[in-house]
Design a protein. Sequence first.
Length: 269
Amino acid sequence: MDYIDPHIHMVSRITDDYETLARMGCVAMSEPAFWAGFDRGSAESFRDYFRQLTEVEPRRAAQYGIQHFTWLCINAKEAENVELSREVIAMIPEFLDCPNVLGIGEIGLNKNTRNEATVFLEHMELAIQYNQQILIHTPHLEDKFQGTKMILDMLCGDSRIERSRVLVDHVEEHTIQHVLEQGFWAGMTLYPISKCTPQRAADMVEMYGPERLLVNSAGDWGPSKPTAVPDFIFEMRQRGHDESLIRQVVYDNPRTFFGQSKGFDFKPR
Ligand SMILES: [Zn+2]
């Protein structure tokens, strides 16, 4: 089945992963800007990273017939440095017209600190000013519930935010309902050591239905599995779900959500 991975960090993956993903049916992917496994020292280092996301990765993906899209920001882990964050935010508009850019992301919270919230709000302002979609990272484990609540409060506190153009990622059983009820899109991240499994994701589709739900692998520099979306497809088939329901979650939904961005020039095969 053709599918789209809406959240995967290909800069940290080897070229063989592109080939494997292509064989598994991946036709497009979106790569939010994130941490590099270490804190970067200057805004110039982000400029190089944004060039990698807008120039290098699309070319690498295209060699395997995969369309690559991206989101730009300074992530929550590095947002603790507000001065650096402001320099990076000021530079982002230079890249917003690159052909594969879908919006601002993945912004969010990590340890739910005041500085992280300040930088989150300044990213929100940037997205509004430039009419960009937003992709959001929610914190992990014990910080997730409180962090998701803080994020939803900041988003809902600004009437200029179009909720149908915001994706809140890494939802789990205790946060998914709040996200969907408020009108946002929700992403379930399939990850071997934390977050969600293919089985739990299938349970949540059964409980909440497929509307505004996405699944992704978040494949990154840590222990992760870039082929996790096909694992979800396999799990759904094992349970006897219709191909059309599975396809809605892994292909139609990402197309609908991304299609709200002018950068999403997707060509189905
Ligand atoms: Zn991520």
